[in-house]
Design a binder for this molecule. Structure first.
Ligand SMILES: NC(=O)C1=CN([C@@H]2O[C@H](COP(=O)(O)OP(=O)(O)OC[C@H]3O[C@@H](n4cnc5c(N)ncnc54)[C@H](O)[C@@H]3O)[C@@H](O)[C@H]2O)[C@@H](O)CC1
Ligand SMILES: Nc1ncnc2c1ncn2[C@@H]1O[C@H](COP(=O)(O)OP(=O)(O)O)[C@@H](O)[C@H]1O
Ligand SMILES: [K+]
Length: 510
């Protein structure tokens, strides 16, 4: 891929943005029908390759045709497959078609492609091409059409969706009434936001981008500079890493992270966060823990400086030692395992002019103290909530409807970078830009995975204190990639947080 296409592969759009970009192409003279031919030609070739890889070709192919241009794309694919000698049948649940789609339907019928009922299609085909709705879906699907989608989902047929699984909202990823559960989704032209929303994850299957050559200038003209949404590609994730290391570097030039973590109750959190930080390559690592945890941490992380802190009765950090010289640190990461008893340390840390990451009970304490705690911050703040913590921090923002909108609002409200953890982690920045992690694994859904992320992120921020947004993207991508690699080698049941830390150093960063 060229540099320009690589850049376009990072862009994520809404339906309205996609519509406006397409309209620019059409206004400039690109014929709609010519674009449809081009797109469907690319799609047909890619689908055939995919079926061959699965050992499914040649098989009978069913094509589900909707009223709009998604249906038009499907009909062009049906025609091309038919002309290449594939056995193809079409089912068209809605009678009324857009003009161009209708023209393709007429031509397809004239060639002799059979129009059949859904039952006949499901009985005779191994593959279904879903061209029912794309980014033009406006209303909720109900009635007979919803029943037909249910029947498709209950069958064993392999489903390849054009642009989006029909029924999925392009922006929020919500199911509009009901939706096709695809095995493969081929997203056209630009990545749509739904591909990164947790609510769509179970419907998308394997997602692939079909680049049909939208000029960068048209994208730029519509999207402008702010409120953009980016997909965290590998290229993007590793761009800011301090690699190669300067030959004359020394430990104090490679960042010094202060981790504040652990308690009698959650001692392991401190170890996991420490191991995450270790994997980041940070030059110096200091770990503040309740006094009684010092021997444990020294044994697990011999390279770290362990700072024993005065304790509460329950073995949580009561306060940070008076002797601590905060000027030494380029970043502070606080929260894993501290328990809510560590409340007094949070205002102290937030008063420091040092980039700060808050996680776990650090976030819960912030929620109970109030978000005004962040008002006086002069250095960047990064909050890393999962959905439950997010709700506590931002009771007025629902993270379950549209996670992209939710992190954008949360970040703009607080001035903090907000990393909302989930199947598809979303990161909001105060400028309105959102970064989306494109792939991960449910193997990470285990206690301790988040502690590892906090340590890794802290270590990266300490190395890149001027680029906290970059560090946040890198940490998110790196953590997920380690989970994916670990799951490949150890199965999805083998990705405990401790082993995850070992896989971090196996991810190629070039
Ligand atoms: N211009 C082109 O030739 C291109 C077409 N593309 C394809 O075109 C699609 C967008 O096409 P459209 O804008 O026509 O939109 P869609 O094909 O997604 O669907 C819109 C049609 O469905 C109807 N509709 C919406 N919700 C409905 C509901 N709940 N029940 C029944 N009918 C409903 C609308 O009235 C409209 O007729 C993309 O997803 C993509 O597949 C582009 O990707 C590439 C360029
Ligand atoms: N279903 C999932 N798919 C992908 N990643 C997941 C999934 N569930 C959780 N994760 C990831 O695992 C981590 C869990 O973090 P968190 O909820 O803070 O757990 P803990 O506090 O126990 O460490 C996050 O990085 C999150 O994105
Ligand atoms: K579709």
């Amino acid at each position: 891929m060229t540099h320009c296409r690589n850049q376009i592969a990072q862009i994520v759009v809404t339906a309205a943005e996609m519509r406006a970009i397409e309209n620019r192409l059409f206004a400039a003279g690109m014929p709609v029908a010519a674009l449809m031919e081009k797109v469907a030609g690319l799609l047909a070739r890619r689908m055939i390759d995919q079926w061959e890889a699965l050992g499914l070709a040649p098989a009978k192919i069913g094509v589900l045709v909707g009223p709009g241009h998604n249906g038009g794309d499907a009909l062009v694919i049906a025609r091309e497959l038919y002309l290449q000698g594939y056995s193809v049948v079409v089912t068209q649940p809605l009678a009324k078609l857009k003009e161009l789609t209708e023209a393709h339907a007429q031509y397809g019928k004239s060639l002799g492609i059979p129009w059949v009922s859904l039952e006949e299609l499901l009985d005779s085909c191994k593959i279904l091409i879903d061209g029912l709705f794309g980014f033009g879906l406006e209303r909720s699907i109900s009635g007979e059409l919803a029943e037909q989608i249910d029947r498709i989902n209950q069958s064993q047929i392999l489903i390849c969706s054009i642009d989006l699984p029909s029924g999925i909202h392009t922006d929020t990823g919500q199911v509009l009434g009901c939706a096709i559960r695809a095995d493969y989704t081929f997203c056209l032209g630009l990545w749509k936001a739904a591909c990164f929303q947790d609510s769509a994850v179970e419907y998308l299957g394997t997602v692939e981008w079909i680049d049909f050559g939208i000029p960068f200038a048209d994208i730029d003209a519509i999207l402008g500079q702010s409120s953009r949404c980016y997909r965290i590609t590998k290229e993007r994730a590793i761009a800011g890493l301090p690699l190669p290391r300067p030959l004359l570097s020394h430990k104090y030039k490679a960042g010094h992270l202060l981790l504040v973590c652990g308690s009698e109750e959650y001692a392991g959190s401190a170890i996991l966060a420490g191991l995450g930080a270790r994997a980041s390559g940070v030059g110096m690592l200091s770990i503040a823990v309740p006094h009684r945890l010092k021997p444990l941490l020294v044994a697990q992380l011999p390279e770290a400086l362990i700072i024993p802190c005065p304790e509460t009765e329950t073995g949580a950090i009561a306060e940070l030692p008076d002797t601590l010289n905060y000027q030494k640190y380029q970043a502070i990461a606080c929260g894993p395992g501290i328990t809510r008893s560590a409340e007094p340390i949070i205002p102290t840390l937030l008063n420091l002019p040092i980039p700060a990451i808050l996680d776990a009970d650090g976030l819960n304490i912030l929620a109970s103290l109030g978000m005004s705690q962040l008002n006086q911050r002069s250095a960047p703040t990064i909050l890393t909530p999962h959905t439950g913590e997010f709700k506590r921090l931002f009771p007025n923002i629902d993270p379950n409807i549209d996670r992209i909108k939710a992190v954008r609002e949360a970040s703009q409200q607080t001035g903090a970078i907000v990393l909302l953890k989930g199947a598809r982690t979303a990161i909001g920045s105060p400028t309105g830009t959102v970064y989306l992690n494109p792939e991960s694994t449910p193997a990470l859904a285990r206690g301790g995975s988040g502690d590892v992320l906090t340590g890794l992120l802290g270590g990266l921020v300490a190395q890149l204190p001027q680029a906290p947004e970059m560090a946040t993207q890198t940490a998110t991508w790196w953590h997920a990639q380690a989970g994916i690699l670990a799951a490949q080698q150890r199965t999805a049941l083998g990705v405990d947080a401790f082993h995850l830390t070992e896989y971090l150093s196996q991810i190629p960063l070039r």
